[in-house]
Design a protein around this ligand. Structure first.
Ligand code: 26M
Length: 811
């Protein structure tokens, strides 16, 4: 049941905000002013729920889970908050009465882009599910001044611009200056002899950075529970450098202050390559230190020793980015709170759990000892001690196996010694999980088999999920309404009930309505494409969408190869396709990722040729929607007929876009990778297009794979690749796409585009044939919606809560 908040003062709060906070008469208020006014009225309602929730948790002394993540990709919050509190229609009416349009105000809300992609968005879905399940789960992150860069396209090239979002003035952020965290950083270790003559390390001459919390309330569906996401801004309080101020070196003191404040300045924009920059390590440590201090402070409000700690606190590490939590929690327990090492270690490992999100070797975090020692010398000592004890137990378990010890050590030996963050996280946690069945299997057998051998019971799977509140109820209001009219609204909190839609597939009137909604969503998307990419597309063509970060392993290149192939089939062979198709791409490339950026240029080159060709453009259109982000995904995904999920098998840990598309009734064109495998299992083989080599086949091919051989045997592939390497798509620049051609033809085609090409083309031909059978297609897409309820993040969170966190509902 929904508890609706009292809206009697709502209009007045908006008017007061405009008049007394902005100091304007209502008649002068801009849409953005009014968005802020409405949001602050909503925020008042959120605070009431938030305060009640906290009192409930305190009263019951509940176990709390803290999700530590360098990224939280929330997207706009107004629509979601209104829907979760069940007041969107009431507020719409109040505003209408004031002569205002809620949709126009909502469109003024900037996306807080505090994440790169899947990992950050998953964290945001998890917070929504935790609150909707009335569970005490909280987020800890960084309040970056600059989120992920804004992407624009100039002459087919990606341009990056800073994304300065209102990190100080967003109506959703509540600064909590009273709960600052003090973070020591840099300095050196001084060894002293204490009274008993023992070793007593001292960390001295550190600088102090202050973490200022900014809280975003996270209200669950139904309005019963509001948890919080706590984001820290780095801040240098004047008094920490009072010394320098006093010495009269005012400018040096101000300089220091500025450099401390750089810590939360910007989100690192690479979603895979390790940045390796000192500032990134400082960011990771800053987050961890603030979070640990805050968590312990909250715990000690209700306890006076640490005996209950792991009974009352669970901490989840979102990838290895916050893996320093292992060392920081140890430091706090031992150095600050005076616990014995063994006791502190039990508490630490019983509290922490680690989620792995990638197998890509280039994405596995390793930090050179020299940088770690410079930034956090005491933590390096603690890591050494953890490793010393760990290796000691290993010699007991595996006598005479020095190779294994070498492989498992937290410290990697070599020219440049490094800390292996994944090893630190595994050793310091009681649970290690992957994010889809296949991925968890590969973590155990491929990534860290030695650890699996040692601690098989630590390893588990938690297949990702997405929140149906944002990704169906909010993003696809037409479909949400139809579903609720047909089977009631239970699905919003229990997505499995969508199963009841299955039988409606035999009702032609229902299928017709279902298809009409997709059509309307395609019209909405076509308008977005016109507005952002300046391309006219036909809503009656197949909308085939590839939306995600641009990366070689995600194989946007394979998709482009197929488009070029289609172009030649029409242009040179006079083949008439079964159905017209619009290929839609959207996604950002990391600013330093040359081939990914070149691929964006290639997509635009191909689009120019194809869209201008009078014959081909009747059948194929290509569009690239710039600046992919949550708010655009909410328009793009519901408008899809086909969802491209075509990574090289074994490389996409899970994918979550794949789930959003399927729930919204798109049919997946995908490889047997990540959660695609579980989607195939859920919807059945007739309702998905699976192609390409599976993980075992890919593994078997590695080493012996020869793209040249495939090339030699395929005139179609030759034609496509020659075109890539020809002036055709280059505009006025010569040899523009040679590096893409070269990577595939001369450098081994690491992502095996050529190995899967033919099977991809075949699957696409089958799909086109099926699309023209309107009824068959409608049934297929309906079954995708009906059978993908298990990909609700509510299901994922229930699994974590029961099997990892020991977290209970607090209704
Ligand atoms: C690391 C070091 C320095 C700077 C940035 C990073 C970094 C940031 C984000 C590395 C990886 C990052 O994200 C990886 C990611 O998004 N992984 C995706 O996680 C999803 C949620 O589990 C999965 O569904 C995707 O398959 C996986 O690619």
């Amino acid at each position: 049941s929904i508890i609706k908040p009292d809206l009697s003062g709502f209009e007045n709060t908006i008017r007061d905000y405009v008049r007394y906070v902005l100091g304007k008469p209502m008649t002068d208020a801009t849409s953005t002013d009014l968005f802020n006014g409405v949001s602050s009225a909503v925020r008042k309602l959120l605070m009431d729920i938030r305060i009640e929730t906290e009192q409930r948790y305190d009263r019951r002394d509940v176990k709390r889970m803290h999700y530590i993540s360098m990224e939280f990709l929330t997207g706009p919050l107004l629509a979601n908050n209104l829907l979760n509190m069940g007041i969107q229609e009431d507020v719409r009416a109040i505003l209408k009465n004031m002569g205002l349009d809620l949709d126009i105000l909502m469109a003024c809300e900037p996306d807080p882009s505090l994440g790169n992609g899947g990992l950050g968005r998953l964290a945001a879905c998890f917070l929504d599910s935790l609150a909707s399940l009335d569970m005490p789960g909280f987020g800890y992150g960084i309040n970056y001044d600059y989120g992920l860069f804004k992407q624009s396209i100039m002459g087919g090239y990606q341009r990056e611009k800073p994304d300065y979002w209102p990190s100080r003035s967003s109506p959703w952020l509540i600064a909590r200056s009273g709960e600052k965290c003090m973070v020591p950083v840099y300095g050196r270790i001084v060894d002293t002899e204490d009274i008993e003559g023992g070793y007593n390390p001292m960390w001295s001459e550190w600088k102090l950075v202050v973490g200022r919390p900014h809280d975003i309330p996270v209200v669950g569906y139904g309005g019963h529970t509001a948890n919080r996401l706590r984001l820290f801004s780095a801040w240098a309080s004047e008094d920490f450098d009072i010394q320098i101020f006093n010495e009269g070196d005012y400018f040096r003191a101000v300089e220091r202050k500025i450099s401390s404040e750089n810590i939360s300045k910007i989100l690192y924009p690479s979603d895979s390559q390790e940045a390796g920059r000192e500032l990134r390590l400082v960011q990771e440590y800053f987050l961890v230190a603030c979070a640990v201090q805050d968590i312990i402070r909250i715990y000690l409000k209700q306890h006076d020793d640490f005996n209950q700690f792991s009974k009352k606190v669970a901490i989840q590490l979102n990838d290895t980015h916050p893996a320093l939590t292992v060392a920081e929690l140890m430091r706090s327990l031992v150095d600050v709170h005076g616990l014995e090492w063994d006791n502190a270690w039990d508490i630490t490992t019983q509290t922490l759990a680690y989620t792995n999100h990638t197998l890509l070797p280039e994405a596995l975090e390793k930090w050179p000892l020299a940088i770690v020692e410079k930034v956090i010398p005491r933590h390096l000592q603690i890591i050494y001690e953890i490793n010393r004890r760990f290796l000691e137990t290993l010699t007991v378990n595996y006598p005479d196996d020095p190779q294994r010890l070498h492989r498992m050590s937290i410290i990697e030996e070599g020219d440049e010694k490094q800390v292996r963050m994944a090893h630190l996280a595994i050793v310091g946690s009681h649970s290690v999980n992957g994010v889809a069945k296949i991925h968890s299997h590969l973590v155990k057998t491929g990534l860290v088999p030695d650890f699996y051998d040692l601690w098989p019971e630590k390893f588990n799977n938690k297949t990702n999920g997405v929140t149906p509140r944002r990704w169906l109820l909010s993003a696809n209001p037409g479909l949400a309404r139809l579903i609720t009219e047909s089977i009631g609204d239970k699905w919003i909190v229990d997505l499995d009930t969508l199963k009841a839609l299955e039988s409606l597939g035999r009702d032609p009137a229902f299928l017709e309505k279902f298809s009409m909604i997709k059509r309307e969503n395609k019209v909405r998307l076509a308008r977005l494409i016109k507005k952002t990419a300046y391309i006219d597309v036909d809503p009656d063509s197949i909308f085939d969408i590839h939306a995600k970060r641009i990366h070689e392993y995600k194989r946007q290149f394979l998709n482009v190869m197929h488009i070029i192939h289609g172009y030649f089939m029409i242009q040179e062979e006079g083949v008439i396709p079964t159905a017209p198709r619009t290929y839609i791409f959207s996604g950002k490339a990391a600013p330093g990722y040359f081939l990914a950026k070149l691929l964006i240029r290639l997509i635009h080159g191909v689009a120019d040729v194809v869209n201008k060709d009078p014959l081909v453009s009747q059948w194929i259109k290509v569009a690239f929607i710039p600046d992919y982000k949550v708010s655009l995904a909410e328009i793009i995904i519901p408008g899809a007929d086909v969802s491209e999920q075509i990574s090289t098998a074994g490389m996409e840990a899970s994918g979550t876009g794949n789930m959003k598309f399927a729930i919204n009734g798109a049919v997946t064109m995908g490889t047997m990778d990540g959660a695609n495998i579980e989607i195939a299992e859920a919807v059945g083989p007739d309702n998905i297009y699976i192609f390409g080599h599976d993980v075992e086949e890919i593994q078997a091919m590695r080493g012996a794979y020869d793209p040249g051989k495939i090339l030699a045997q395929s005139p179609h592939i030759q034609r496509v690749l020659n075109a890539v390497n020809s002036p055709l798509f280059c505009g006025w620049e010569n040899d523009l796409f040679f590096p893409l051609f070269d990577a595939v033809v001369n450098h081994g085609d690491y992502y095996m585009n050529l190995a899967d090409f033919q099977s991809y083309v075949d699957a696409q031909v089958r799909l086109s044939g099926d699309y023209v059978d309107k009824k068959k297609w409608a049934q297929m897409t309906l079954l995708n919606t009906a059978r993908t309820g298990i990909f609700s993040s509510d299901r994922t969170i229930r699994e974590y809560a029961g099997e990892v966190w020991g977290l209970e509902r607090q209704i």
